[in-house]
Design a protein around this ligand. Structure first.
Ligand code: NAD
Length: 483
């Protein structure tokens, strides 16, 4: 089956195996739902075990030729893909909106961010460094080179369906690996669009494959036990990450993990409140709050909390909520009614634990919408400060002592990202004390293909983007040369 986007680009809602779009062995399909309307917008092929094995074997068969393809040639494929997706950013954004529900401006931002990984890793493909030196005893030369790790299984979530895929595919291909992509069931169309862009850019057959097995868990477990698979790169929940680490252990498959977050947003006593409010709106509401980087817990100093809360509430009360496809809406639908109901339940629990709803707290009658919400009087240690909200809920905790704010910020199993607003010197010193892979000081957006993205503690293993991103798909090899 194919669906047409309004920008005249045909999207093929099938599996991609060995350079061809195929309906899959079983012929079974699952629906793709538009969360704004609750209606099915496409049907997508279900991959059987045989389809998944075929995808791995196609990736394995072409690995020797792709890994020995000159880096410049690999780089040029990524550059052409960058150019295609850049020219088609509106079409890509539209598909993201239709299956994910986010606001169009968020989808356009994601399309640009996602596309940029192809340009960044086109540049990195030709810059992989090695080393050559004399051993301390003078008996040999030590040559250190890098070799592609091999067939890589890439598993991505629904919240950034384009960027989470390109952040893995681009470095893998740049490194000389071949890939099998398994997108989230909610958002396979965006993944198919990205894979089709690579096909149109001239990716050799088998270099990029896409499968959508249902149910996912057993199929992925089998794939991780295929001897050709040497890498799993996963973005998703910590819970599923733990399962994959266990599965990967059997064949000692290299694992990169971008997992859940529980980002604190600390407003220090000397903060510029207007800047902190504007930052809070972005850190909280980008992607409707469905981001691993979304500010989850606001720790606001008691000297500024009244002003901060009043201004954030006023701004959010003006947020326009509705289908993401209508470009004036700032807050779209959550990805599904189920995800929306999880958010609503978290708010109910927070209220039962003593929080007050200062704004919002409402689910829509139709579609998976939840209103922009502000909770005040939240106590650290309650359910909502310990849970990744993944929705448009601003939970505000007041504090008196900066050391206590740092302690609360670090009081979590997660360590992905934190935000600190304050006078630069103090904010920097707080940033250094926070156990997170990324800290934003007086700014609300950190993601950048040129910067290392990743978490500490149970938020993950490894880094994506930057020059580190390609190393996740390379192995060091030491060759000793007799003198
Ligand atoms: P999820 O863990 O439920 O699913 C992610 C992917 O794993 C999907 O493709 C899903 O089909 C697959 N999956 C589910 N069960 C599996 C299993 N047993 N074995 C193998 N694969 C399985 O996550 P989600 O709900 O799609 O995404 C939200 C989560 O992703 C949040 O926790 C969020 O913080 C996290 N996330 C992290 C980052 C990051 O970079 N750290 C970025 C985006 C999202």
């Amino acid at each position: 089956m194919t669906i047409e986007s309004s920008t005249d680009v045909t999207l093929i809602a099938d599996l991609h195996i060995n350079g061809r779009w195929v309906a899959g062995e079983s012929g079974d399909r699952f629906p793709v739902i538009d969360p704004a309307s609750g209606r099915s917008i496409a049907s997508f092929a279900i991959a059987s075990d045989a389809d998944c094995t075929n995808a791995i074997e196609a990736a394995s068969a072409v690995l020797p030729s792709w890994s020995s393809t000159p880096p410049r040639v690999r780089s040029e494929l990524l550059t052409r893909t960058f150019q295609i997706l850049k020219a088609e950013r509106e079409a890509l954004a539209e598909i993201i909106v239709r299956e994910n529900g986010k606001a169009f401006s968020d989808a356009l931002g994601e399309a640009d961010y996602a596309t940029e990984f192809f340009r960044w890793f086109a540049e990195e493909a030709v810059r992989v460094a090695g080393d050559f030196r004399l051993s301390p005893s003078g008996d040999k030369h030590i040559l250190v080179t890098h070799q592609p790790i091999g067939v890589s299984l890439l598993i991505t979530p629904w919240n950034f369906p384009a960027a989470m895929a390109t952040r893995k595919i681009a470095p893998a291909l740049a490194a000389g690996c071949t890939v099998v992509l398994k997108p989230a069931r909610e958002t396979p169309l965006t993944a198919a669009y990205v894979v089709d862009a690579l096909r149109r850019a001239g990716a050799p057959d088998g270099v990029v494959n896409l499968v959508t097995p249902v149910p996912t868990g057993p199929a992925i477990a089998r794939m991780l036990h295929h001897p050709a698979v040497r890498k799993v790169s996963f973005t998703g929940s910590t819970e599923v990450g733990r399962i994959l680490l266990r599965e990967a252990a059997d064949n000692v498959v290299s694992a990169s993990m971008e997992l859940g977050g529980n980002a604190p947003f600390i407003v220090l006593p000397g903060a510029d409140i207007e800047a902190a409010v504007q930052g809070a709106l972005v850190a909280k509401m980008r992607n409707g709050g469905s981001a691993c980087t979304a500010a989850n817990r606001f720790y606001v100093h008691s000297s500024v909390s009244a002003a901060f809360t009043k201004a954030v509430t006023a701004e959010l009360s003006r947020f326009q909520v509705g289908p993401g496809i209508d470009r004036e809406n700032q807050l779209g639908a959550l990805v599904s009614v189920g995800e929306r109901d999880k958010v609503a339940e978290l708010v109910d629990v927070a209220v039962s634990e003593g929080a007050t709803v200062a704004l919002g707290g409402e689910s829509s009658a139709e579609g998976a919408f939840y209103s922009a919400t502000v909770l005040t009087g939240v106590q650290h240690g309650g359910t909502i400060t310990g849970t990744e909200i993944f929705g448009p809920v601003t939970a505000i905790v007041e504090y008196d002592d900066v050391d206590e704010a740092v302690r609360m910020a670090n009081d979590t199993i997660y360590g992905l990202i934190a935000y600190v607003y304050g006078e630069t010197g103090q904010a920097l010193s707080v940033a250094r004390r926070i156990d997170a892979g990324m800290v934003a000081v007086n700014r609300a957006v950190l993601s950048d293909p040129a910067a290392p993205f990743g978490g500490m503690k149970q938020s993950g293993l490894g880094r994506e983007g930057s020059s580190e991103g390609i190393l996740e798909f390379l192995e060091e090899k030491y060759i000793g040369i007799e003198l």
